[in-house]
Ligand binder design. Structure first.
Ligand SMILES: Nc1nc2c(c(=O)[nH]1)N[C@H]1C(S)=C(S)[C@@H](COP(=O)(O)O)O[C@H]1N2
Ligand SMILES: [Mo]
Length: 346
């Protein structure tokens, strides 16, 4: 970490003012009255707190920059809560505590973990107020974790248990979706390395039926994949730069943060796909279908304002978006797409 790093991490875009997207689970597993937070594992004596008891330990106010792995950033969100370090003064961890796992009271028992010393060094907070209000249920209220300087997937919603561990236990996204376990936004630690061997990769690229396959981080740049069938495939972070994807079908596929720069995707279908954070700069999207797709953070023109025709996606009046999709785009992207959809046939 240096003093001179830019405030906005690479590949991130600021959300529109006042917007705070909801990511992942949208509600916890129901009210617990009173809500308690337990500290367990490698501690001398396990302790359970109520929120009022946490507040009595020493309240802090912090403005934190939130960076989601799907490429949106929101600066200066004010939180009120207690530092993890302060909370743990009351129930000191034993010497064998090397990791901290946050466990959620949520439908899938969501969790995430960090090396214990990093969690403390970053000033991790347990918070119950955001922007001067109790944290709304969809953002993890009544109590969530905020870990500064990490992608937001390290910031657990509906905190129920803080478990000190000797060995790390991968969290939900880290295990099931290959999210990077360190999650430093300035190092773009978004995903773990690809899961396929070189031989498997060659086989996949030779076939054009990828339906339902798990192919995250696949590199298909410069390949001819005309008519590809990739419905329902898991292609997070995959690379399709300059690839031929005419009439390819990605319906319902997971293409979070996928790269399509300068791809020829005429008449391709992304209907109902998750293309959050995908990069379509310079891609040919004439006749492509994005209806029902989730497109937060997708880019169709350079987000930094650079003017270069080669980096503009090509859209026409046969490219299909729905209102809901368009509304998810950053203002600059929205403006570009809306104008490009009007362009006359060529
Ligand atoms: N319990 C729980 N916590 C969670 C998640 C989740 O799905 N369940 N998603 C994580 C992810 S990926 C992000 S980006 C943030 C989103 O927080 P927000 O919905 O308040 O923006 O919560 C994190 N914490
Ligand atoms: Mo996220």
């Amino acid at each position: 970490m240096t003093e001179t790093r830019p405030r906005l991490p690479p590949g991130q875009q600021l959300v529109a003012p006042g917007k705070w997207p909801i990511v992942g689970e949208r509600s916890g597993a129901g009210q617990r009255e009173p809500w308690t937070i337990s500290v367990a594992g490698c501690v001398a004596t396990p302790v359970t707190f109520r929120i009022e008891e946490l507040a009595a330990l020493g309240v802090v106010h912090r403005a934190v920059d939130l960076h989601c792995v799907t490429r949106w950033t929101r600066f200066d969100v004010p939180f009120r809560g207690v530092e993890l370090a302060t909370l743990l003064e009351v129930c000191p961890p034993t010497n064998s505590a090397k990791f901290v796992s946050f466990v959620s009271h949520s439908p899938r028992g969501h969790s995430t973990s960090l090396p214990f010393d990093e969690a403390l060094a970053e000033g991790t907070l347990v918070v119950w107020e955001a922007e001067g209000q109790p944290i709304p249920p969809e953002h993890g209220g009544p109590v969530r974790v905020i870990v500064p300087n990490r992608y937001l997937y390290k910031s657990l919603k509906w905190l129920h248990t803080i478990e000190l561990l000797q060995e790390d236990r991968l969290g939900y996204w880290e295990q099931s979706a290959g999210y990077h376990n360190h999650a430093d936004p300035w190092a773009e630690e978004r995903y773990m390395a690809p899961t396929l061997s070189r031989a498997q990769m060659r086989q996949v690229l030779a076939s054009r039926d990828w339906q339902g396959m798990e192919l995250r981080s696949l590199d298909a740049s410069d390949h001819d994949l005309l008519g590809l069938q990739a419905q329902g495939a898991l292609l997070r972070d995959a690379r399709f730069n300059r690839a031929v994807l005419r009439q390819a079908r990605f319906d319902g596929a997971n293409l979070t943060n996928a790269h399509f720069t300068a791809a020829d995707a005429m008449d391709a279908s992304f209907a109902g796909a998750d293309v959050e954070g995908a990069n379509y700069e310079g891609a040919d999207l004439r006749g492509a279908d994005f209806r029902g797709a989730s497109i937060f953070g997708a880019t169709f023109c350079p987000p930094d304002g650079e003017i270069s025709a080669a980096r503009l996606a090509r859209l026409d009046r046969f490219t299909r978006f729905d209102e809901f999709g368009l509304a998810q785009l950053a203002p600059r992207q929205q403006e570009f797409v809306a104008a490009a959809l009007q362009s006359p046939p060529s």
